[in-house]
Design a protein around this ligand. Structure first.
Ligand SMILES: NC(=O)c1ccc[n+]([C@@H]2O[C@H](COP(=O)([O-])OP(=O)(O)OC[C@H]3O[C@@H](n4cnc5c(N)ncnc54)[C@H](OP(=O)(O)O)[C@@H]3O)[C@@H](O)[C@H]2O)c1
Length: 335
């Protein structure tokens, strides 16, 4: 395999979807700071203030624009497709956005008079599922996604094998870092000394700090090989839920009481939440996806393949990542 050095950097044109989201925001900051030219798909101009400050070109609309047969896109070198639904209004939304819209984007790119050098697709460890083998997932293991989110991501990966131009599907595990709205629901009560975990043995989890993931995206964007690839993009420093609470205690320099919630109680709460949230027009914050993920004994993968092929590995330790995330929330006034 050919190795690609980060030192050999060239200015590239990027089209980024999901740039107003958590990972997308961090990615675009890095791309612009390294001199790359960025166009971002944006459905809410109000959320794009920072992108405009950074000099990003805005492509107005949501993912449905890619289903328009007449859409002509300006040529770019790399497309990074991050837009996706992490917390859905209902399970059908995972299929519509995390699968159908990905196929629409692929077909739209195929219709253009140019082809990107590479399309990067943000899949997920959830596309593989929780671990039956007594070892971390590798890319050659057959996938067994266990809930609608992971199933849609896995189907999108399969559809992307038909593109005709190089694609890299990357599967992050839990991603967190400053500005992540999802982890705030953990950090906020923790900052007041309260936590909740699923009763039973601690869950083993892969994770990656957002800055390390952004570095991985750049490594994949710089990949000049012709083929298509799938990579887990994880820290090798697997954590467990006991370590998580200890890291939060250290970050907040306080004791945290962690209440163990029995699994069946969580299922009941998810059933009620799934029935009530759509009626109130709210995003369902506790659906079967979350509960299935919370109850699985382990979600563990290895980044050995991307390390070997592209020389990427994560550097930030877990405790440091938690500390930086808490600091980031404080700086934003979220805690
Ligand atoms: N965070 C994680 O732990 C994690 C782990 C594995 C994989 N991933 C994947 O990584 C990607 C980014 O995750 P994230 O944490 O950054 O998510 P996020 O903060 O929720 O951001 C999602 C982004 O997608 C955009 N989006 C959603 N639906 C759209 C639509 N119909 N049309 C146009 N844009 C749409 C959102 O736009 P608005 O700002 O307008 O809402 C936002 O920019 C997702 O595909 C996710 O599945 C995330």
């Amino acid at each position: 395999m050919r190795m690609h050095s980060f030192a050999h950097k060239q200015v590239m044109r990027f089209l980024v979807t999901g740039a107003t989201g958590f990972i997308g925001g961090h990615l675009v900051e890095r791309l612009v700071s390294e001199g790359h030219v960025v166009t971002a798909l944006v459905r809410s101009v109000a959320k794009a203030t920072r992108l405009r400050e950074l000099g990003v070109t805005l492509l107005r609309g949501d993912l449905s624009i890619f289903a328009d047969n007449d859409l002509v896109l300006d040529e770019v070198d790399v497309v990074v497709h991050l837009a996706g639904v992490v917390t859905a209004y209902d399970p059908a939304e995972y299929e519509a956005i995390n699968f159908t819209a990905v196929v629409d984007l692929m077909r739209c790119l195929q219709r253009q008079s140019w082809s990107p050098r590479r399309l990067l697709f943000a899949s997920s460890l959830a596309a593989a599922g929780s671990n039956p083998p007594r070892r971390p997932w590798t890319e050659t293991d057959p996938v067994v996604p266990m809930e609608p989110y992971g199933k849609a991501k896995a189907r999108a990966e399969v559809a992307l094998r038909e593109t005709g131009f190089p694609v890299t599907c990357f599967r992050p595990p839990l991603v967190f870092g400053p500005g992540d709205p999802a982890f705030l629901s953990l950090f906020k009560p923790a900052s007041h000394g309260l936590g909740l975990r699923v009763a039973g043995p601690p869950q083993r989890l892969s994770w990656v700090y957002v800055d390390d993931l952004v570095t991985a995206v750049l490594a994949m964007a710089n990949d000049e090989r012709d083929g298509s690839y799938t990579y887990f993009t994880t820290s090798e420093d697997t954590m467990d839920t006991d370590r998580l609470w200890n890291a939060l205690r250290a970050a907040f320099r306080r004791s945290i009481f962690v209440l163990p919630a029995p699994g069946p109680l969580l299922w009941m709460a998810a059933t009620v939440s799934s029935a009530v949230a759509p009626r109130l027009g709210l995003r369902n914050q506790l659906d079967q996806k979350q509960v299935a993920q919370m109850r699985a004994p382990r979600f563990e993968c290895t980044s050995a393949a991307i390390s070997q092929d592209l020389g990427w590995s994560a550097h930030v330790t877990f405790e440091e990542a938690i500390r930086r995330t808490a600091e980031g929330y404080r700086a934003l006034g979220w805690l």
